[in-house]
Ligand binder design. Structure first.
Ligand code: PHE
Length: 380
């Protein structure tokens, strides 16, 4: 009995020391520490929560298959609270306190833009899952992403508006505190005007606003045939709802920032006759997508959204790069990420180009009867 107690105490002590060592700089020798900085709380909390779920699936699958380089992946997550300043603090903590070898995040371009210079200065590779603003990866050669970029997305949105919907006069309502929104508005306009279309009015708001009636009234008087709202889903849904109340029945068009189940939860039937572009749809019949949807749904009891799919894919290309690098050394890992070719993710085949961006197809979703409906896929 005495002996058993002795071994129990010794065992617990060893386990605790192991745990303690694992928490400090660099982790223990049997694991690879990867940092995630994500909006787990705040205005865009579903961005971070879904990303984290998708990423955890990639981590657990990787570890179940034996891990990489004979080690297990351990993910450390820091909350950005949906704020750029907190994103900078979060990656600083992950890198200097925890000693992570690479960082995954963020969804929002404004937050990725705040964190990227810190990763770059420390020589720690960063992979954004969903930041589409082109400036993000221009912060340096350690910065990568698994999603497409906004010049391509803006062009697809403009072509869709002009060719598919036959729109000639468009209005824009953008979030002026959001780098993504400002950029996407500009790229849309460039292509739309080149095609022969006209932007008849532009108005602005800031994330967190709840009343858009003044801007909508101003836009309405310019008599556009469609309104482009390159922002995030919470405001986008409120904007469309209030537009319908003002009897604006015209199409509203958005980008990937609209892609959340919350869009139709908030907007309901008002969202009919709206369209948006995104990276992925759970309705894609492809067997890799459906396999992911089944596993995710049984684990989390909800359908995976684009963040979950992109979070999973960010993990996938990072672990693939560690394997090919044969090391977790910053420069080696960066070089391996640069040569990512045809990694089959949930959001399509991922190849990293010379600017460290992924060339990916775009999916168009239409809201019909209050439901998001897959329309078409556009190749890069
Ligand atoms: N693309 C957006 C950005 O760069 C983030 C986003 C992605 C938001 C997907 C919603 C859905 O800021």
């Amino acid at each position: 009995m005495r002996r058993l107690t002795f071994w129990l105490i010794l065992g617990t002590a060893i386990a605790l020391i192991g745990l303690w060592a694992g928490c400090g700089g660099g982790g223990n020798s049997n694991e690879i520490l990867i940092g995630e900085y994500s909006a787990m709380t705040g205005t865009t909390a579903t961005f971070g929560q879904s990303t984290h779920r998708g990423l955890m699936m990639a981590v657990d699958e990787c570890n179940a298959a034996g891990g990489v380089l004979g080690k297990k992946i351990r993910l450390l997550t820091e909350d950005t609270q949906s704020k750029p300043e907190e994103a900078a603090t979060a990656v600083t903590k992950l890198i200097t306190r925890d000693g992570v070898k690479a960082v995954i995040g963020e969804v929002s371009s404004s937050r990725s833009l705040a964190a990227a210079p810190i990763c770059q200065a420390n020589g720690i590779p960063m992979v954004s899952n969903a930041s589409t603003n082109p400036e993000v990866t221009k912060k340096g050669d350690y910065i990568f992403r698994v999603c497409y970029i906004d010049p391509f997305q803006g062009e697809v949105m403009a072509r869709f508006a002009y060719n598919t919907l036959g729109i000639r006069k468009a209005a824009i309502l953008k979030d002026i505190k959001n780098d993504y929104s400002i950029g996407l508005a500009q790229y849309f306009e460039e292509t739309f005007v080149k095609l022969g279309g006209q932007v008849v009015a532009t108005q602005a708001y800031s994330e967190g606003d709840i009343d858009f009636k003044a801007q909508l009234t101003a836009l309405k008087s310019a008599e556009p045939e469609a309104v482009i709202v390159p922002g995030y889903y919470t405001e986008a849904a409120l904007i469309v709802k209030q537009a319908r109340e003002l009897n604006m029945t015209i199409p509203f068009i958005g980008g990937d920032g609209w892609d959340s189940a919350k869009l139709v939860e908030i907007g309901g039937q008002a969202m009919n006759n709206t369209f948006f572009s995104t990276a992925y749809t759970a309705d894609d019949p492809d067997s890799i997508v459906q396999n992911f949807v089944t596993k995710y749904t049984s684990r989390y009891n909800e359908k995976p959204d684009a963040f979950a799919a992109l979070g999973y894919d960010a993990g996938l290309i990072l672990f693939d790069a560690v394997r090919r690098a044969g090391s977790t050394d910053g420069p080696a890992l960066r070089d391996a990420l640069k040569t990512t070719r045809d990694v089959r993710g949930v959001t399509g085949s991922i190849t990293i180009d010379a600017d460290r961006n992924a060339r990916k197809p775009i999916v168009i979703i239409a809201v019909v009867d209050g439901k998001m409906t897959y329309k078409e896929t556009i190749q890069p």
